[in-house]
Design a protein around this ligand. Structure first.
Ligand code: NAD
Length: 480
């Protein structure tokens, strides 16, 4: 499929080279070999993409909701029809196993379908004003051209989660994919065009110069919205830039998820949940379990079982159907993870599984389990973004909650308990936007995805996801 994927910039309905003709190499993380070269957008290209989005905005907003929804529905169906091609493409440029890539295609497609259904349910209100002298008409309209910046860890689902609601709301957009994974976004754009999306509504600018290319867009008053998924430090930077034009922003940032196993938990279920919450996407997920907090009564049972399950995972090239877990995305990411593990072991933690960088090509790192992790270890405060479970023991519910909330992040928590009152109390106290209760997976198009604290602003999906792309307008009608 790589040969058929567009390698240029999509601007005003045409794939074209970058203004200065530059390209960059996309690598296969399982081999370290080049897959192909892709056009490397310049700031001038970015402005051309915004010109196109701005020019298309009025026409696109005027397309009836059913028309916008139908494009998304057709795109959903095309993705499902071509699930194997898309899965292979994701695996080649990002590394995850084919089974995981297939799951991502389905997950991303479901966002398109969900928002296609939401397009026809955008409503307003009408009421008598408080003093009766006016009628209050509230309508909602698209915010206008959006900049959508996405990470590499889910190259189809992350763009789909933004493009879906933007299309449904009637917004046009410029998409800047991560430089590691531009191919899947290009293929997704082609599917949307095939599904009937008019020229200029969706523009795509892969680049290696993210800051230089997005900066002129963020300064341009024609841009009305920024939706970003990525790390908290870059999110902070973008929010500061967005302040210049008082730009509306949605931020899906980093996480540091606690995975709490109480003394009354079903330990086997908790181990299975941990496998999903930890190893999905090789641990390269904002919602990956980062800190395992396990009650002293079940800690050894849980740790031993997790070590056994982690040991049963086959690591290798994701295109091999026998492989469970692929490589990390690049050498930089693997070095980060390996350094974090080495530092944690040096600080007194016990290495129970994995922890050794394999020799040979590709950026592989084994499933790793650490116990007796010191409270002050950096691994308890930083996103690991790798297949490493760091386990700590607690003895009281209050201690577990204190430790779980002791982080600047607030994206997701996982909680295993069979006691209803404990579950109620703890879910109320956990400072995260999402909680998996006896479940190691929370992502769902019908639910609001997003975080508290420094994990972000706004929600994607659910009944309110489309609101991020809509502006309210109120007309006061004289009735006095
Ligand atoms: P990153 O912040 O380095 O990059 C994300 C995107 O921003 C990429 O497209 C990158 O090119 C771009 N970018 C980087 N610097 C920029 C700048 N100065 N100006 C404009 N754009 C810039 O993150 P990453 O390494 O690609 O992804 C991993 C991070 O994403 C993790 O922290 C993870 O938790 C987070 N993430 C969050 C969610 C969520 O929904 N909350 C989902 C997936 C990933």
């Amino acid at each position: 499929m790589i040969d058929q994927v567009e390698k240029g910039l999509l601007i005003a309905g045409r794939w074209r080279p970058a203004a200065e003709g530059e390209t960059f190499v996309v690598e296969n993380p399982a081999t370290g070999q080049a897959l192909c070269e892709v056009a490397d957008a310049t700031p001038a290209d970015a402005l051309a993409a915004l010109d196109a989005a701005d020019a298309a905005q009025r026409r696109w907003a005027a397309v009836p909701p059913r028309g916008r929804g139908d494009v998304l529905r057709r795109a959903h169906d095309l993705l499902i029809e071509r699930i194997d091609e898309f899965a292979r493409l994701i695996t080649l440029e990002m590394g995850k196993s084919l089974a995981e890539s297939r799951a991502e295609v389905t997950y991303g497609a479901r966002y398109l379908r969900w928002f296609g259904e939401e397009a026809v349910r955008i409503d307003g209100t009408w009421k008598v004003s408080e003093d009766g002298t006016a009628r209050v008409l509230v309508t909602r309209q698209p915010v206008g051209p959006c900049l959508l910046i996405t990470p590499w860890n889910a190259p189809l689902a992350m763009p789909a989660r933004k493009i879906g609601p933007a299309i449904a709301a009637g917004c046009t957009m410029v998409v800047k994919p991560a430089a590691q994974t531009p191919l899947t976004t290009a293929a997704l754009a082609e599917v949307l065009r095939e599904a009937g999306l008019p020229d200029g509504v969706l523009n795509v600018i892969p680049t290696t110069r993210a800051a230089a290319v997005t900066e002129p867009l963020l300064r341009d008053g024609r841009l009305r919205k920024l939706s970003f998924t990525g790390s908290t430090p870059v999110g902070r930077l973008l929010m500061a830039q967005a302040a210049g034009t008082v730009l509306r922003t949605s931020m899906e940032l980093g996480g540091n998820a606690p995975f709490i196993v109480c003394q009354d938990a079903d330990v086997d279920a908790a181990v299975e949940g941990a496998m999903t919450a930890k190893l999905r996407n090789m641990g390269e997920a904002c919602i990956a379990a980062n800190r395992f907090l396990v009650h002293a009564d079940v800690a050894e049972d849980f740790s031993q079982k997790l070590v056994v399950r982690m040991g049963s995972i086959t690591v290798g090239d994701g295109t091999d159907p026998e492989v469970d877990m692929g490589p990390l995305v690049d050498e930089r990411q693997r070095r980060r993870v390996a350094d974090l593990v080495d530092e944690t072991v040096a600080s007194g933690a016990r290495l129970r599984a994995g922890g050794v960088v394999p020799s040979g090509p590709g950026y592989f790192y084994p499933p790793t389990v650490l116990t007796e992790v010191p409270a002050v270890a950096r691994i308890t405060q930083e996103e690991i973004f790798g297949p490493v479970a760091a386990i700590r023991v607690f003895t009281s519910e209050a201690e577990a909650l204190r430790e779980a909330n002791n982080t600047e992040f607030g994206l997701v928590s996982y909680l295993y308990t069979q006691d209803l009152k404990r579950a109620l109390h703890m879910t109320e106290e956990l400072e995260t936007g999402m909680i998996g209760l006896n479940r190691g997976y929370v992502s769902d198009p019908s639910a609001p995805f997003g975080g508290m604290k420094q994990s972000g602003v706004g929600r994607e999906g659910g009944n309110t996801g489309i609101d991020e792309y809509l502006e309210q307008k109120y007309v006061a009608i004289d009735a006095g």
